[in-house]
Design a protein around this ligand. Structure first.
Ligand SMILES: C[S@@+](CC[C@H](N)C(=O)[O-])C[C@H]1O[C@@H](n2cnc3c(N)ncnc32)[C@H](O)[C@@H]1O
Length: 355
């Protein structure tokens, strides 16, 4: 059997085990060896407003291991994009995909990740081995860019609960940084800390002069992600409130979001009409595939739409109850529709097929 290294390394944390000739994923993680379900219950009990599957629909799990966090959130109607680099935890993303959990290789390093601003309702890092306060704090500022206004950052890590001096210092640095970027520490309990991003720019604008990080230039396009270096500045929220008031799931799948108005596109008729027409088009097509080609019997699970537009194809698969998830790819050469895709409660990524 190939790739058994993680079983030896992480078996004690319940990530993965072997039974006869099969891999088993018991649902554990480094910070939640008793299983992701219990861990998710704890998060829900700490901050009931998170309300998985209703207010929180799209999550990002940074440094996901074999993606048990995302796997257990599926049952709570949350789509989690699980990311990790290829490193000593070899094959983690391959395992996640073989489990049928949305995942891709991605790393917090020097460039923006390929997701738009205000993409995720919740961002999670449990022992994801990232030092958030170093390098002019650019990595947490990247989290901040991708976090929706009013969204939550969940951090489960040793500095939250351990008393050694060095870890206490790391906690103080994190407290200081999150206060400077206006995140509210909503709850800290045991080994989990949960912050909330503000709903608008007022806290940023009321900071004392000289407080770092500075605000990003207002003409910086925060949805421009293709080979963009990380910068040590706070992405401002749109003054018109776009992104902060998406409908709750499942209504948001079909409610045309405000950010539809800010997509650069050749629209000769109302954008809302285009949005509805695209949905109708894909619903009719997929319905015919279900009837003529028996798509429900195909056991589709990991699906990629290579030119996703406004996400109508993925929405139709959901409406027609095909039990799969879709990676909505938006080519660099076209209009950047990713903000709308995320506002609908779907996930996606920018890509250049020529590379
Ligand atoms: C100790 S494991 C924790 C896995 C999982 N979160 C859990 O609790 O079981 C650390 C994870 O962080 C990932 N990681 C390390 N550096 C990273 C970076 N710069 N960006 C994204 N993920 C990273 C590793 O690949 C691995 O998935």
């Amino acid at each position: 059997m190939p790739h058994t290294r993680l079983v030896e390394d992480k078996g004690g944390q319940n990530w993965i085990s072997i039974k006869k000739d099969k891999f088993i994923f018991p649902g554990g993680g480094t910070q939640f060896i008793h299983g992701a379900d219990q861990y998710l219950n704890q998060i829900s009990q700490m901050v009931p407003e998170i309300s998985f599957g209703h207010r929180v629909r799209v999550a990002l799990d940074i440094g996901c291991g074999v993606a048990s966090f995302g796997a257990f959130l599926l049952q709570r109607n949350v789509t989690t994009l699980s990311i990790a680099p290829k490193d000593v935890h070899e094959n983690q993303i391959e395992f996640a995909l073989e489990r049928g959990v949305p995942a891709m290789v991605a790393v917090f390093a020097t460039h923006r990740l390929l997701y738009p601003s205000q993409a995720f309702d919740l961002i999670h890092c449990s022992r994801c081995r990232i030092n958030w306060t170093r390098d002019d704090e650019i990595l947490l500022l990247e989290v901040n860019r991708m976090l929706r206004a009013g969204g939550y950052f969940v951090w489960a890590a040793q500095p939250v609960y351990k008393h050694e001096e060095i870890l206490q210092e790391q906690w103080k640095e994190m407290e200081d940084l999150t206060a400077r970027i206006c995140w509210e520490l909503v709850k800290k309990e045991g080994y989990i800390a949960i912050w909330r991003k503000p709903l608008n720019n007022s806290c940023y604008l009321n900071r004392d002069t000289g407080v770092l990080p500075l605000l990003c230039n207002s003409n910086d396009n925060s949805d421009n992600v293709w080979y963009v270096d990380l910068r040590a500045c706070i992405t401002q929220l749109p003054v018109n409130g776009y992104g902060s008031n998406v409908s709750t799931w499942p209504a948001r799948l079909h409610d045309p979001p405000d950010r539809l108005q800010s997509i650069e596109m050749n629209a000769y008729i109302s954008r809302k009409e285009i949005f509805r027409a695209e949905s109708k088009y894909w619903n009719e097509i997929i319905d015919s595939y279900v009837r003529a080609f028996h798509w429900k019997d195909l056991k589709l699970r990991n699906v990629m739409d290579m030119r996703a537009g406004l996400g109508g194809f993925a929405a139709a698969l959901h409406d027609l109850q095909i039990d799969c998830w879709v990676m909505n790819v938006v080519p660099v050469s076209g209009f950047n529709t990713l903000p709308v895709i995320y506002d609908r409660g779907l996930i996606g990524v920018m890509h250049d097929w020529y590379r």
